[in-house]
Design a protein around this ligand. Structure first.
Ligand code: G3H
Length: 497
């Protein structure tokens, strides 16, 4: 149960979850709270503190001070604490999963997987940090014309300072630790602003870091309304780097912030191109897994199927048969399709469906919705004039566009303003490589659905899908800067064989 056992100190006397600052769980002096609506019942389930700008200011100052000592903490000690936090995350996977079920309607098994995957990510990050931060470069001057060997250049990676981490609702724990762990191992401090839906799961995750014994002020977690503290956080002068995953808000953040490094992942319209020679059963399984896992609420979900006309009927029939087997219902029952996160999301998805209906798409299933629960829907014969051909539903609705050449599929993929991932199904590896190279996306999966993991793989989007590359190694590197020290010798010195 959320907020019980070792997590009891997270809740105040009024049942509101506290925020985390300077190693303590605190009530906001605003006296206000923000409700978290359970997507399944559509009733308020949890409440979190509505923090004030003054409270943000204070924890930013604390983060700045704590970072200075943390940067002096030996790398192996930083790694040791991260390993402790990882173990605690796994140990407490049940209450964390319980929050994910109630806050974001994540199916119960997937919710537990998120907690375990997060522990694994933190451990891997600790190890990778020890490997890559423990070594630097040594350059000598005589490789550049006009120089003798009188300068030795030593390079090392140093922390950026205070990292602001803003994860999205769909992975409030995993996409939080994918920012927190690299930041910490690299010697940074962290200020976390979790999404409102998912905030309580994130607070439980933060408590695992608290129990691991990280220094006071190094990690803070602030909750509240984006309208009150959002801009204040992102434009705060103490922040040295922002790692954000989410939607269009990322674009407006990038326009407002100053000269600080940004890591952004802002969604996708991942295309799945299916050629005539594809293994159609494999393609159909991946379309269903890629399109409908967590009810399509993944940035890496398959969001448009581009299938060659000659095999389109067969693919659509196979997908229809698999969709018919998906279970639909509450996350507590571990159903495949669960309610989408908010009523406004459900309304948006419905708008895309109605637009497709009006413009003549073929409905492979009857459209059905109860509250936030939308039954899985495959829309065949979608044309480029339909909104669903381009927009990201972030729900269990998948359009199929029939194509007559691979070039047509590539063209549709590249005409999108997004460029996160894509996939191609074919038995011809040469064609797969040509198509992969031609697709303007950060990653192309050959014969599998798009996915971010394993979490140490590089993960990046082109165009409106993001800035920079993630994945454990890239995130650690991104949260550091290079420092060089040059040793100047009075006379050239050469190492002899
Ligand atoms: O929603 C965005 C996530 O980065 C997707 O992660 O591919 O593991 O579901 P995933």
């Amino acid at each position: 149960m959320a907020g019980t056992g070792v997590f009891a100190e997270l809740v105040d006397g009024d049942g509101v979850f506290k925020y985390y600052s300077y190693g303590e769980w605190k009530k906001s002096c605003s006296g206000k709270s923000v409700p978290i609506i359970n997507p399944t019942t559509r009733q308020p389930h949890f409440k979190v503190q509505a923090c004030t700008q003054e409270e943000v200011d204070k924890l930013m100052e604390e983060a700045k001070t704590a970072q200075k000592s943390w940067a002096k903490t030996p790398l192996w000690k930083r790694a040791e604490l991260l390993h402790k936090a990882a173990a605690l995350l796994k140990e407490h996977k049940v209450p964390i999963a319980d929050c994910l079920v109630k806050e974001i309607a994540k199916p119960s098994k997937d919710a537990a997987t998120e907690a375990v995957r997060s522990g694994d990510l933190v451990s891997y990050c600790a190890e990778e940090g020890v490997r890559i931060l423990g070594e630097g470069k040594f350059l000598v001057s005589d490789s550049f014309p006009g120089n003798e060997r009188t300068k030795y250049c030593l390079t090392s990676k140093i922390p950026l300072g205070v990292i602001l981490a803003i994860p999205p609702f769909n992975y409030p724990v995993n996409l939080a630790v994918s920012k927190i762990a690299p930041a910490l191992i690299a010697g940074n401090s962290i200020v976390l602003k979790p999404p409102t839906q998912g905030a309580v799961a994130a607070l439980h995750m933060v408590h695992c870091f608290h129990l691991a014994g990280f220094p006071e002020g190094l990690i803070s977690c602030v909750t509240g309304k984006g309208s009150e503290i959002g801009d204040f956080l992102t434009m705060h002068p103490i922040v040295n780097c922002i790692s954000f995953t989410g939607g269009d808000t990322g674009i407006s953040i990038s326009k407002k912030v100053g000269m600080i490094p940004l890591q952004m992942e802002l969604g996708g319209k991942d295309a799945c191109i299916i050629l005539e020679d594809a293994d159609l059963d494999l393609a159909a399984s991946n379309i269903v897994k890629g399109g409908f896992s967590y009810s399509g609420q993944r940035c890496t979900a398959v969001k448009v199927v581009l299938v060659m006309e000659s095999v389109a009927n067969a693919v659509v029939e196979k997908v229809k048969a698999k969709v018919a087997k998906l279970t639909v219902g509450p996350p507590e029952d571990d159903c495949d399709i669960t309610p989408v996160v908010t009523e406004s999301s459900a309304n948006f998805i419905e708008g895309l469906v109605m637009d497709a209906k009006q413009k003549g798409a073929t409905f492979c299933q009857e459209y059905k919705r109860e509250g936030n629960l939308i039954w899985p829907l495959l829309l065949d014969n979608v044309r480029p004039d339909m909104r669903i051909a381009w927009e990201e539903p972030f729900g269990p609705v998948l359009p199929v566009i029939r194509i007559t050449s691979a070039e047509e599929g590539i063209h549709h993929c590249n005409a999108s303003n997004f460029g996160l991932q894509g996939c191609v199904f074919t038995r011809d590896i040469n064609k797969a490589i040509l198509i992969s190279d031609a697709m303007e996306t950060g990653t192309v999966q050959i014969n599998s659905a798009p996915a971010r993991g394993p979490d140490h793989f590089p993960f990046q989007g082109l165009k409106d899908s993001g800035i920079g590359s993630q994945g454990i190694t890239n995130s650690i590197n991104m949260m550091t800067k290079i420092k060089t020290t040059v040793i100047n010798l009075p006379t050239p010195s050469y190492t002899m064989g």
